[in-house]
Design a protein around this ligand. Structure first.
Ligand code: SF4
Length: 271
């Protein structure tokens, strides 16, 4: 075993939970590892129990790989792989890099992270995380800085820097946006999102994720006030409208020449 391999299999992370047949977080059937820890406090978060960095259980890379192994055929035959989600996976970047390197090296799996992008690019590069990732599912929540902070408690400059870095370094992305009626569905916000996406290279897909209330009981269990009481899930019509506006913004960016020089790929929509 090489020195780097030994280091990789010995790396440990704090794990919230495991899903062995994930179909929502990247292509195909996927092993999804949810990690502990997130610096954001999104008002709609359906996993507030992942916020605490000290909660969960500690696992090393070898232990996670042992959980993957029984299902390898499903992941391979479906064109799936492994996705690290959370919480925020980049908070445990060295562990995630080690795990994904090993999953790729040992099993040849497609690798992805589901990230808020709240990570300095240099941090993700230093440990080789971005080189170990085939696809970044990047959650862009709000382009307006003040409204982003109101929604998540954190500013969005770092997130936009991370997105720009992915684009500049040729990484593949799926952009995700949670559509919350009355909160993230204002025309100007969706247009701004579309315009920004229109300037990025490497965006293979846009996913509008309809707000849902399935995690509200967790806020109650944790005794944290839930500030979106009374907000409804978006209708299909509202989802279609949002797609149209984002697309309008994206086209505008193309027309005004803001788009990356290689020209825009026409992204697929998913919801
Ligand atoms: S970034 Fe994700 S895990 Fe973190 S608070 Fe927001 S929705 Fe929850």
């Amino acid at each position: 075993m090489q020195h780097q391999d030994r280091l990789d299999t010995a790396a440990t992370g704090r794990v919230h939970s495991i899903e062995t047949f994930g179909t929502m977080d990247g292509p195909g059937i996927r092993f999804v590892l949810f990690l502990q820890g997130c610096a954001l406090r999104c008002r709609y978060c359906h996993n507030p129990d992942t916020w605490d960095t000290s909660a969960g259980r500690e696992m090393d890379v070898e232990a996670v790989l042992a959980e993957i192994e029984p299902y390898l055929d499903y992941y391979r035959q479906s064109g799936g792989g492994i996705t690290i989600s959370g919480g925020e996976p980049t908070l445990q970047a060295p562990f995630v890099a080690a795990l994904l390197r090993e999953a790729k090296h040992r099993y040849g799996l497609h690798t992805a992270i589901d990230s808020s992008g709240f990570c300095e690019p240099a941090h993700a590069e230093a440990c080789g995380l971005l080189d170990a990732v085939d696809l970044v599912l990047l959650d862009l929540k709000m382009m307006d800085a003040a409204r982003h902070e109101d929604l998540t408690t954190q500013p969005n400059e770092r997130i936009l820097r991370f997105a720009r870095h992915l684009s500049d370094t040729g990484r593949r992305m799926w952009i995700r946006h949670v559509l919350i009626p009355g909160v993230t569905d204002r025309r100007e916000d969706l247009l701004a999102l579309g315009r920004f996406i229109g300037t990025l290279r490497g965006v293979d897909k846009l996913e509008l994720l309809p707000y849902h209330r399935m995690g509200v009981y967790k806020w109650q269990q944790l005794g944290i006030p839930y500030t979106l009481e009374g907000v409804q899930e978006p209708t299909q019509r509202e989802i279609e409208r949002a797609k149209r506006i984002i697309e309008e913004g994206r086209r505008e960016a193309s027309r005004t020449g803001c788009t990356a020089s290689s020209g825009p790929r026409i992204p697929q929509y998913g919801a």
